[in-house]
Ligand binder design. Structure first.
Ligand code: TPP
Ligand code: MG
Length: 578
């Protein structure tokens, strides 16, 4: 390879940067010499800015989680580079998180060279090239990405990158996957350009006039209207649209399985949060008209469901969810639309057609606000330790006090404590709270790195994670990357020394079974590893473990001060063990 040569890899990296990708979270291998060479040449030529910044991630889960969180916060797609089929498999369930979280991430993996005897530059020259050859590399991710393709020539690699990113960014946004064999990535090219403006994401969709009117009229006529949402707040600009509609008609809002701020947690019309309820939710039972907006799990029918006669309308960027083999909501109308656009349309109709009856709206507002105030007061009363034991509710209240009045972004991977975290944190600022959106644990470790890189230096990134989730996130790697790239964050471990979730699931199925009788759920981590110590060893983090409720506020305060000083901190908060 001569100095200054321009290859498929050069064009590939240029196209990513031209499309707005700032970071390439990379785990490299024998498939990437042309990428490494392209970076070195760009540096030698003073053209580094023409490529995304490369962040070395010694585990793929951290790379994808970082790209995912960066893209969520910045609302710009980010890229991940992994090693052939093996690195692709190491992405694991994080691809599911990116898909379910509807986050635009571009994943590239090299592929084993397809020539054996030096026929082309890039041909096999290491033993590993035989062993890494996979029968259907793209098939590994096909169930989890919106688009996959192979780069077959450098001559149109830019078009392919832009097309993949156009698909990734168009709603429902999601991951895309390209593979490129070594020979193709080494191919010499004449430099060329493609206009990224020709690959903009599909414009947001609106409701038809008829559907908008049907929904506006139904909400206005209802005695007990309710809005249920899960991920409308992925777009923070959609939150004011929901607030406006809710206030116009005094509609209560229930956040179900929320991984973003969809509605301000302190709003009088906020009817609470639900994840896996064990009882019927009163607002769902009472509602006669329900508008489900952007939700995968608006309720769990076996436990908590709407009344049989309720009129249900569903507006979603992804109304039928074909990526979920089984899914249904008994709605009388499904509409595919952007939630912000749709809610603004409905609110406009309510105003223009004078659909809101002032006396009814005011009476309902008072009733809902009173019920919600009572619910919050009952929760407030639970915000205390039980004797000398820290409870998850007390811990979350301490975190809320710690962050009050500061610019903070909370990442949540609190699992059985998800609902408690939201009930006591009550995040109100759009974009100030983020979860993976999917079902695979280990997101917050890398997520905190990506979120911090995407945030202003003043903004504190604070992860609230289960001890199991902390370990799934490969904390040694996440903390190393955080230090190396100057992305400090505070991690608070809801440390119950094990997995409460499978214990909970077993007891719900076999409450009086043998496992319950024996108290054996294979979920305990005793004797526990020194979880903060992992972060100290790998990333130089400030490490603390706290069991005394009285000490908790000051330990958290000290840890946050350390983070503000530029160093990560991990605090294990000892809760009652599983
Ligand atoms: C990658 C992955 N593996 C396994 C699971 C199954 N799982 C769901 S919750 C859970 C336990 C999580 O433990 P922790 O983070 O400590 O939260 P806790 O249950 O204690 O609240 C497990 C193992 C999963 N969701 N994802
Ligand atoms: Mg746990």
């Amino acid at each position: 390879m001569t100095a200054g040569s321009y290859t498929t890899s050069t064009a590939f990296l240029e196209a990513l940067a031209e499309a707005g990708v700032s970071y390439l979270f990379a785990n490299l291998g024998s498939d990437h010499p042309s990428l490494i060479e392209a970076y070195a040449q760009a540096k030698a030529q003073g053209r580094e800015g023409a490529f995304p910044r490369l962040v070395v991630c010694p585990h793929e889960i951290v790379a994808l989680s970082a790209a995912h969180a960066y893209a969520s916060v910045s609302r710009r797609p980010q890229a991940v580079v992994v090693h052939v089929g093996d690195g692709t498999q190491n992405l694991g369930g994080e691809v599911n998180n990116a898909m379910r979280g509807r986050v635009p991430v571009f994943i590239f993996a090299g592929a084993s060279p397809y020539t054996l005897e030096g026929e082309l530059p890039g041909s096999r020259n290491e033993y590993i090239h035989w062993l890494q050859d996979a029968r259907d590399q793209r098939g590994i991710l096909r169930g989890f990405v919106k688009y996959d393709n192979e780069i077959r020539t450098g001559r149109n690699v830019k078009q392919l990158v832009h097309r993949a990113l156009q698909i990734a960014r168009s709603e429902p946004a999601g991951p895309v996957y390209l593979v490129g064999p070594r020979e193709v990535m080494e191919e010499p090219l004449e430099p060329y350009t493609v206009d990224p403006a020709q690959y903009s994401p599909v414009a947001p969709g609106a409701l038809t006039a008829q559907v908008a009117m049907d929904i506006a009229a139904a909400l206005a006529r209802a005695r007990h209207p309710l809005i249920v949402t899960s991920y409308l707040g992925r777009n923070p600009d959609a939150v004011p649209a929901l607030v406006e509609l809710a206030e116009l008609l005094s509609v209560g809002v229930l956040e179900s399985v929320a991984f973003s701020v969809n509605f301000p947690g302190d709003h009088p019309l906020h009817c609470g949060y639900q994840f896996t309820p064990t009882e019927q939710h009163p607002a769902l039972a009472q509602a006669d008209v329900i508008l489900v907006v952007d939700s995968d799990v608006p309720w769990i029918p076996t436990t908590s469901r709407p009344a049989p006669g309720a009129a249900i309308y569903a507006i979603d960027v992804d109304p039928l969810k074909p990526t979920m083999p089984m899914w249904h909501v008994p709605a009388r109308r499904f509409a595919g639309a952007d939630s912000k656009v749709a809610l603004e349309q409905i609110a406009r109709l309510v105003r223009n057609e004078n659909l809101a009856e002032a006396a009814v709206v005011e009476k309902r507002r008072t009733e809902i606000a009173a019920a919600n105030e009572a619910r919050r007061a009952a929760l407030d009363a639970l915000e205390r330790p039980e004797g000398d034991v820290i409870t998850p509710r007390y811990l979350t209240a301490c975190v809320r006090e710690l962050l009050a009045g500061t610019d903070a972004l909370v990442l949540a991977e609190a699992i059985t404590n998800h609902q408690i975290v939201l009930e006591h944190l009550r995040p109100a600022t759009p974009g100030s709270y983020l979860g993976a959106g999917g079902a695979s644990l280990g997101w917050a470790g890398g997520g905190a790195v990506g979120a911090k890189l995407a945030s202003s230096p003043e903004r504190a990134v604070v992860s609230l994670v289960g001890d199991g989730s902390y370990l799934f996130g490969v904390p040694s790697v996440a903390q190393w990357v955080a230090r190396r790239y100057g992305a400090p964050s505070l991690t608070v471990i809801y440390d119950n020394r094990g997995w409460a979730a499978p214990r909970f699931s077993t007891l719900r199925m076999h409450g009086s079974g043998a496992a319950a009788a024996a108290g054996e759920f294979f979920a305990s981590f005793e004797p526990e590893a020194d979880l903060p110590g992992i972060a100290a060893a790998a990333g130089g983090a400030y490490a603390a473990t706290v069991a005394d409720p009285g000490e908790l506020p000051s330990v958290l305060k000290d840890a946050l001060a350390v983070v503000r000083g530029g160093r990560s901190a991990v605090v294990s908060v000892q809760l009652p063990p599983v």
